[in-house]
Design a protein around this ligand. Structure first.
Ligand code: ATP
Ligand code: MG
Length: 423
């Protein structure tokens, strides 16, 4: 039997109710904050990611699914969405009318990581990106919106980690200080960090290997090396978050795994996921648009790990969305033909109606109605047909009544529409 590829997974109908709930909650919240949906392809030229995410990041060095197309061009399955959002903003000159643009997008990302719980090779993200605003108030507003999403989904076990990564003015100085710290440590770093420590020492701060984490415990803090402007920006973000009653902690290790970040970076972590504790991450990328050939516009955004968010939320709290309101158990040719017509009419009027066209007897059909958790069953057999009526049964209370076949669709529609007890 052909099975799933390692590291990818199916989201089965029983989980989809939860995924849809998350999606609806996120989209309606984001739209209230003025974000518009953008849908982007899952393949792009490799160069887009290499140039934006950074050559010596984990993602670009070893996690991308890349292939040559027939024209010998390098193509990559997107590992993240921000680069594509920026590409679209530049390519379609979305800045021409107004440089301020707010987008959200939801979809699959691909990274060749070691599969484990909460870490997949195809996973889903919900992204929100705000381009064209450099005010620290925008940072606070975006974080507020993200926290509100967790509130609306009743996810309470979260903490907001905040840091600033400075800018091209002040980061080089910090990099040097960090390089010095690393070269003075006697601890043995993992081979990746050892290789990257000179060129990109910030990556060592982000490493998840225990030995590297230990080695960097007393590493210098970037927030002590910020230039005046970055420092003022960071202070203003903290004040604005306090004004919005957002509780956060400063996390000097939070450098994020992508090179394009500047200034504010943040992560939402949870205690409910074990090792894979980051459920969302984001930050400013004030130089990225210009570096990809667009106008010099600041930006900030975040990505929520959809799979991890769904994992935290207890699936019990969500109704199984495909549970039918009504199951029509029809016996015999004539009854089945009537059931077909009724089920179409009732479905169109918004009542989730299920019917069974097999040759099962009444017992078999009732069993099926039970199994799919139908709230009501309409039974139509030869006897009933002869009497010009069908039986409507409440599957919870087992109460049942006889309903005339004449005008039955309207009759049932009204019972459901009254939104009270159907019977
Ligand atoms: P992590 O620290 O867990 O590796 P990351 O910093 O690589 O995450 P980002 O690139 O910032 O992650 O992506 C944002 C969010 O996407 C993460 O916080 C996480 O919830 C989710 N995510 C990232 N990689 C995966 C994956 N392989 N499988 C499932 N979710 C993921
Ligand atoms: Mg990662």
């Amino acid at each position: 039997m052909i099975q799933l590829i390692r590291g990818v997974r199916d989201i089965l109908p029983e989980e989809v109710g939860l995924w849809q709930k998350i999606e609806k909650t996120a989209t309606s919240l984001f739209e209230n904050f003025g974000f518009c949906e953008i849908r982007l392809p899952v393949i792009e030229f490799t160069e887009l990611f290499a140039r934006s995410i950074g050559q010596d990041t984990d993602i670009v060095e070893k996690e991308m699914y890349t292939f040559l197309n027939k024209k010998d061009e390098l193509i990559t399955l997107r590992p993240e969405a921000t680069a594509s959002v920026v590409r679209a903003y530049i390519q379609h000159r979305l800045y021409a009318v107004d440089p301020v643009q707010k987008f959200y997008t939801i979809g699959p990302m691909f990274r060749k990581e070691r599969p484990q719980k909460g870490r997949y090779r195809q996973f889903y993200q919900i992204n929100a990106e705000m381009i064209g605003v450099d005010s620290p108030l925008a940072d606070a507003q975006l974080i507020f919106m993200l926290v509100e999403l967790f509130n609306r989904l009743s996810v309470s076990d979260i903490s907001i980690h905040l840091n600033s990564l400075g800018c091209p003015e002040c980061r080089p100085g910090f990099k040097k200080t960090l390089q010095k710290f690393i070269s003075n440590t006697t601890a043995k770093l993992c081979s990746d960090c050892d290789r990257r420590k000179d060129k990109n020492p910030l990556r060592v701060l982000d490493c998840k290997v225990f030995a590297c984490r230990e080695a960097m415990k007393d590493a210098p803090s970037i927030t002590e090396h910020l230039c005046n402007e970055c420092s003022e920006h960071f202070e203003a973000v903290k004040i604005a978050l306090n004004d919005l009653n957002i509780i956060f902690e400063i996390d000097k290790r939070l450098v994020r795994g992508l090179d394009y970040y500047t200034r504010t970076t943040f992560e939402v972590q949870t205690g409910s996921l074990g090792a894979q504790s980051a459920v969302a991450g984001g930050g400013r990328y004030d130089k990225l648009i210009e570096s990809l050939g667009g106008p010099s516009q600041p930006a900030i955004g975040f990505a929520i790990g959809f799979d991890r968010l769904a994992e935290i939320i207890s699936s019990n709290s969500v109704e199984v969305s495909c549970k039918p309101d009504l199951f029509i158990a029809a016996l015999g040719e004539k009854a089945k033909n009537m059931a077909l017509k009724w089920s179409c009419d009732l479905s169109l009027s918004g009542i989730k109606t299920e019917t069974d066209f097999s040759d099962k007897g009444l017992k078999g059909q009732m069993k099926k109605a039970d199994r799919i958790a139908a709230a009501y069953v309409l039974i139509l057999g030869d006897n009933e047909l002869g009497e010009g009526s069908a039986i409507l049964r409440n599957m919870t209370t087992k109460e049942q009544i006889s309903v005339p076949v004449d005008g039955i669709v309207e009759n049932i529609r009204l019972r459901f529409a009254e939104n009270q007890k159907v019977l």
